[in-house]
Design a protein around this ligand. Structure first.
Ligand SMILES: *Cc1c(COP(=O)(O)O)cnc(C)c1O
Length: 406
């Protein structure tokens, strides 16, 4: 699991340690690290506690840990969330559910996505909760449950305007009755998902109201055994404490990232959990008129001191960061010149004459008083923080800081 490191000098990168990827080492010297992500598990824990504290006490917290816990590494992330106050875990598929099950026997795990017919038997094997959106799914699960002689737990998903998984809301009542009638399927919860909680409050309100109307028609509010949930991170902004929803599903915010700029959720003071680092592999000066990198999309206009960084799109720096992004070296912002390549990225350090080979480079995170937020990095990359995090590649070891003083 996570390696633990003492604090260190700002320009001295950590050595390679236990990390998400297999490392090649000689007998006793770990290889130096060229590009790495640091994961602050103590910040993760504080984020969860702050989010919880902002919600009514009886609201259940479903920690969304799909896609390797948003690229943070499933095992260390889930293990920390398990003793930080999470009530349930949500994952994308059966393989992820199996991985969470291995970490914590007994924890409720909800699989959010539709299951392939041949995956369904694993719902029983790993004792997870399936999401159902159609009669065919209910029937298959019912058959399996009957054969195994034990009921299969499900949440009913209702599509209130996402156009993805879920039964269309006008057909929800029929599916609800079919689940109640299925002898080997047990309804444990009902949920919906917002399509535009980070961009369109009016549509989110519309979805919320549709969901409430369906639930009222079903008469489920008298049932105290059901989990009723709708809110993702952005949804929390308009979460009404007096609403009949009794659970939330939080992904991005627990990793310390606001779902959009100026979100009111800043009040929970989320702290970034993830930071992204590399190093200077070479420094050299080239004359004016030098084309930089593939395609010569940048041509120098002055004698230019270049630093060649030891990471590229093969590590998760998107190619379109070329000529747009900045990185931090010795606390100063240095612009990326030309295209990002697979293994190397070139930055201008003409105005940072003290930069040397071996210096630590921050791609996302803090260095001295300067900071590059993941939101800013994602804008340079023409994407969103969710995609940035899940695009950090296998080549990048995750180095864990536990905050436990170990
Ligand atoms: C990913 C996901 C979430 C979590 O969304 P965040 O915006 O990261 O909080 C919640 N619910 C469903 C159905 C999801 O797919």
């Amino acid at each position: 699991m996570g390696s633990v490191r003492p604090s260190r000098a700002p320009h001295a990168p950590p050595e390679a340690g236990a990390a998400g990827t297999k490392r090649i080492m000689n007998a006793d010297t770990p290889l130096p690290t060229r590009c790495w992500a640091e994961i602050d598990l103590a910040a993760l824990e504080r984020n969860l506690k702050h989010i919880r504290a902002a919600l009514p006490e009886d609201i259940r917290y479903v920690a969304v840990v799909k896609a390797d816990a948003y690229g943070h590494g499933l095992h260390p992330t889930v293990a920390r969330l398990m003793h930080s106050g999470a009530d349930m875990f949500a994952v994308a598929n059966i393989a992820e559910a199996a991985a969470v099950r291995e970490i914590g026997p007994g924890w409720p795990i909800l699989v959010l996505g539709p299951l392939l017919p041949e995956e369904m038997r694993f719902v029983l094997e790993y004792e997870v909760i399936a999401t159902v959106s159609s009669l065919a799914e209910v029937q298959r699960l019912d058959t399996l449950g009957g054969r195994a002689g034990k009921p299969i737990n499900v949440h009913l998903k209702i599509d209130t305007g996402m156009g993805r998984a879920g039964v269309w809301h006008t057909e929800a009542a029929g599916l609800y009755r079919a689940i109640l009638a299925a002898r080997h399927v047990r309804l444990r919860g009902i949920f919906t998902h917002f399509s535009s909680a980070d961009s369109d409050p009016a549509f989110t309100e519309h979805q919320r109201q549709l969901f409430l109307d369906v639930l009222t028609d079903l008469g489920v509010f008298s049932r105290t055994d059901l989990m009723i949930h709708a809110d993702n991170s952005a949804g929390l902004e308009s979460f009404a404490p007096e609403s009949p929803f009794n659970a939330v599903r939080v992904g991005l915010l627990q990793f310390g990232i606001l779902p959009y700029e100026n979100s009111l959720l800043a009040r929970v003071e989320p702290e970034p959990v993830f930071s992204f680092h590399t190093r200077v592999g070479l420094v050299k000066t080239v004359p004016p008129g030098t084309g930089i990198s593939y395609g010569r999309t940048f041509v120098t206009r002055r004698p230019t001191r270049l630093a060649v960084l030891t990471a590229g799109y093969g590590d998760g720096i998107p190619r379109c960061c070329g000529n747009r992004a900045q990185v931090l070296i010795r606390g100063r912002a240095c612009p990326v010149l030309g295209r990002v390549t697979m293994d190397q990225t070139i930055v201008d350090v003409t105005d940072a004459p003290d930069v040397e080979v071996g210096d630590e480079v921050v791609l996302v995170g803090r260095q001295g008083d300067a900071e590059i937020s993941i939101a800013r990095f994602s804008r340079w990359a023409d994407t969103i923080p969710w995609e940035t995090l899940t695009s950090i590649t296998k080549r990048v070891p995750r180095i864990y800081r536990t905050g436990l003083g170990l």
